[in-house]
Design a protein around this ligand. Structure first.
Ligand SMILES: *Cc1c(COP(=O)(O)O)cnc(C)c1O
Length: 401
């Protein structure tokens, strides 16, 4: 949680043109309360001590930076390193943020926790930290995602949280977020909303980024130790954008490191059947923030398509929109098929089954490694493990257990 020189967002929650707080009156007070609580706590020594203690003892941080030897040999140029967020407790980077936000909830005296979830990883991570503190927990999840991520649904239940199935719209992450916001508007007095990505109204994109920045902070010292310089590139998948933002943020002023976000190209960006707003979207407001968005000419949010539930979202965190326009980060997309190929390849070459979300970042190495020589170091943020996805992949591969 080190503060960055550029110090965005500004005091109104904007990253350049993007971000802000486009919410009903009833939430303004709650957001202001959250912001002032966070601003008071983020530099508090006891708060920081507790946060890093929990990251160490509950999550298992720091996560290793691991040399992917056979994948490196497969491409034959440059060294590929995996940031092993898949080894975190509950299996993804999501827990970094929930460990931080539950401390804010506790400090604010909130008794009831709510969250939305797509792939279920944020639901599991939220249910886990709520259980640990004995707080009531409700998880909103699209009916479509409940079906394709059934192992995580059961994990959430085992952790003592209640699942609320959301049938509206496309019954995926966007709709779950709508329902969670609706719950929050109704129960704002006793309820803390742990949002799962760098999305939503200010101050959430800032808070979620800061808690996930532990990833980038570790990468700076691990790069120094393992290859004695800064990486040439960091590659991360982008749904809402929290794992990418956490890895990118501490590097924003380290110009020798290229920052590359990989969106879900679904059937292909040119088909319109995808979840890649930074590649094929226009600025618009969704879930309380202005950012690139998949919308039609009248501003209606378009349906998304991705094999990966965690990337299946028509919007993206506002800081990514700013990084795109400023040129500091690059945003590309890979298709479902390319991600599935990488899922299998990396499982067989490295003995690591990546999440389908992560497989998008890995798939882009096919293009990216051609741009680097053998002295280069490329880091892929392995945002999570693929155990939750094996039913989806088995079905696609026509395998029955
Ligand atoms: C949720 C999730 C993502 C996508 O969310 P971001 O906020 O874009 O990081 C990526 N990978 C995994 C494993 C996830 O669980």
């Amino acid at each position: 949680m080190k503060s960055n020189k550029q110090s965005l967002p500004d005091k109104n929650g904007f990253f350049g043109d993007y971000g802000g707080k486009f919410v009903p009156e009833t939430l303004m007070y709650a957001l202001e309360q959250l912001e002032s609580t966070y601003n008071n706590l983020k530099d508090d020594e006891n708060f920081k001590k507790q946060f890093y203690k929990d990251l160490s003892e509950f999550v298992g941080r720091p996560s290793p930076l691991y040399f992917a030897k056979r994948l490196t040999n497969h491409y034959g140029t440059g060294s590929i390193w995996f940031k092993r967020e898949d080894l975190n407790h509950t299996g993804a980077h999501k827990i970094n943020n929930t460990v931080g936000q539950i401390l804010l909830a506790k400090h604010m005296g909130k008794k009831r926790i709510i969250a939305e979830t797509g792939a279920g990883q944020h639901g599991v991570a939220t249910a886990a930290v709520a259980a640990r503190l004995g707080l009531e927990c409700h998880i909103y999840m699209g009916a479509e995602d409940i079906q394709r991520q059934s192992p995580n649904v059961y994990r959430i239940k085992l952790l003592g949280a209640q699942i609320h199935s959301v049938d509206s719209g496309s019954a995926t992450l966007k709709d779950a977020l709508n329902e969670a916001l609706r719950d929050w508007v109704t129960n704002v007095d006793d309820t803390y909303y742990i949002i799962g990505s760098v999305t939503g109204p200010h101050p959430y994109p800032m808070i979620v980024r800061d808690f996930n920045s532990v990833v980038g902070e570790e990468l700076i010292s691990q790069s120094q130790n393992l290859f004695n310089k800064m990486p040439d590139a960091i590659v991360a998948c982008v749904g809402g954008g929290s794992n990418a933002m956490g890895a990118f943020y501490p590097f924003i002023n380290i110009n020798e490191t290229r920052l590359i976000g990989v969106e879900a190209g679904g059937e292909g960006v040119q088909t319109g059947e995808h979840a890649a707003p930074l590649n094929d979207g226009t600025p618009g407001v969704l879930h309380g923030a202005l950012s690139y968005l998949m919308q039609d000419n009248s501003g209606q949010v378009k349906d998304t398509k991705s094999v990966s539930a965690g990337l299946d979202y028509p919007g993206v965190g506002p800081e990514h929109s700013w990084l795109k326009d400023s040129g500091r980060a690059e945003y590309v997309a890979v298709t479902d098929d390319e991600a599935l190929k990488a899922f299998h390849e990396v499982s067989e070459l490295e003995g690591i089954i990546p999440a389908l979300e992560t497989a998008h970042a890995l798939a882009y190495l096919d293009v990216l490694m051609k741009e680097f020589d053998s002295n280069s170091n490329i880091i892929v943020n392995v945002s999570g493990r693929g155990d939750k996805d094996i039913n989806t992949v088995a079905e696609i591969d026509g395998i029955k257990f």
